[in-house]
Design a protein around this ligand. Sequence first.
Ligand code: ATP
Length: 277
Amino acid sequence: MDGTSTEPFSRAAGSTQAPLLSVKGVTLEYAAPGRIVRATQNVSFDVWEADRFILLGASGCGKSTLLKAVGGFLAPAEGQILLDGRPVTGPGSDRVVVFQEFDQLPPWKTIRENVAFPVRVSGRLGRKEALERADYYLEKVGLSRFAGAYPNALSGGMKQRVAIARALAMEPRVLLMDEPFAALDALTRRKMQEELLALWEEVRFTLLFVTHSIEEALVVGNRIALLSPHPGRMRAEINSHEWDLQSGGSPEFQSAATRIHRLLFDEAPIATEIDHA
Ligand SMILES: Nc1ncnc2c1ncn2[C@@H]1O[C@H](COP(=O)(O)OP(=O)(O)OP(=O)(O)O)[C@@H](O)[C@H]1O
């Protein structure tokens, strides 16, 4: 036993509630010149309220494309994506994406205005209330002191904290994160993982998080979907709620990571159902 449970997650098991997000048999394709590129094939998973659900797989297996489809930027060639039981038909403020690149903040706006801006243009709140909400989430990510500063005064990690505050200020149904820490140095990355978990403890948002790092998946997630190499198909689904940043070097953690590596890359037949072996 390596400590990685593959039992159905308790909140989902036996629950009569519908999942917040359902990805059902989703195949995603791009039309490239003269050919169709199939990015994912028949991918299914459910995300429940307050899950930290990870899409894990090798480069090119379609993780970002899946996130794009959940974001409503790409329609499935086959299958369906449901949010709160309703089909996703386009982008919406109930889903907000945080990307890897952290230079996305308009440099002429202060940090506070940057965070308040999407809330204000979405028409949810007036200027004053939007700025108050910005202050609330800047405090949550530890950046109150920089509210009046401009983005160029901030480090990469700080800019990513602003991007997270800006996304959370929209109070989305699901927060989508596409390798949000991959461009940061190792120490900052670890710190950001720690802060994201602390923030989740406080706010309990629902997270769909893309990574190709097995360690990051185990630490950040409570459930992990393992995708096969291109085109991405579900290899297995793993429960990982018992791991945190302190588990890092332990033999159990290492053996869980090894097992996931095997599940991801071994030439075993692709699971057609969730692997509870
Ligand atoms: N706009 C596009 N047009 C054509 N093919 C694309 C496009 N975007 C992605 N692809 C292809 O779709 C497949 C999945 O790409 P995707 O970026 O979703 O993978 P990924 O798992 O997120 O990879 P990475 O970890 O490297 O970001 C790849 O083969 C990629 O080349």
